[in-house]
Design a protein around this ligand. Structure first.
Ligand SMILES: [Zn+2]
Length: 247
């Protein structure tokens, strides 16, 4: 015991404890792996998506039946695409007129964020949302940004600024009008909530809190965060990250 590594000894001990005496040894038909530090926790959706390379990510879009157009290159974006249809019946688009969207850079998005948005759309279906209107997804980095270097957040095509959620009946949940937050206030969890707690405010709050709880995005910033976010949710997948931030 004294000359073996702590982890290895703990592991052996855990196996011995986990196996019922009657079935220990050869012929044991059932064995439940020990819980704890021996087995890493499962990755969240955001972490899983952030690790995908372009080929794997685009294959996953295909598996999910997501219509997209590959973008050859967008400076700073590792896996640029354009959405070419709805996700679970929810279209994500900017405020530009439809005829201008196809050529606009703000409609470009990294493939990995699309997978998170697809999961988000599945949640939005229960709210009867059919459109998410955003201010931008990709925002090109400065002219000095090296062509070959991958960026993060909007310059990396990995964030969306979602401003309005349009329902099937034409009614809207507008972040700036309906969020009813307060800068510095906690956004989700016990004792939190919009003031005043109108039905629209409660629904908007549930939308962002459910997405955060499901770990669809590494970062979710709301009007509670600061004045620049008074009118949108910033939702972001962060590459090479195991942390989450909600405010
Ligand atoms: Zn943003």
């Amino acid at each position: 015991m004294s000359n073996c590594a702590l982890t290895a000894c703990s592991f052996a001990l855990a196996i011995a404890c986990a196996a019922p005496a009657s079935s220990a040894g050869f012929g044991a038909s059932r064995f439940d792996p020990p819980q704890g530090p021996y087995r890493p926790p499962a990755l969240s959706p955001a972490e899983t998506y952030a690790r995908l390379d372009r080929t794997t990510c685009e294959a996953e879009l295909g598996q999910r039946g997501i219509a997209f157009v590959r973008v050859d290159s967008a400076r700073g974006v590792l896996e640029p695409v354009r959405l070419d249809g709805a996700l679970h019946g929810v279209t994500f688009h900017s405020e530009l007129p439809p005829a201008e969207r196809g050529a606009s850079v703000i409609e470009i998005v990294d493939c990995r964020l699309v997978l998170a948005l697809d999961d988000f759309a599945a949640q939005l279906v229960s709210h009867d949302v059919v459109e998410v209107v955003h201010y931008s997804m990709y925002r090109p980095p400065s002219a000095r940004w090296p062509v070959a270097r991958t960026a993060t957040r909007h310059p990396g095509g990995l964030a969306i600024d979602a401003a309005k959620f349009v329902k099937r009946d034409g009614s809207k949940l507008v972040v700036e009008r309906d969020f009813h937050g307060r800068i510095g206030a906690k956004t989700c969890g016990p004792g939190t909530g919009p003031q005043p707690a109108t039905p629209d405010a409660l629904e908007l709050r549930k939308i962002v809190c459910d997405a955060a709880e499901a770990r669809l995005f590494n970062v979710a910033l709301t009007p509670d965060f600061n004045w620049p976010h008074r009118n949108h949710f910033h939702l972001e997948v962060t590459a090479n990250s195991r942390w989450f931030y909600l405010h």
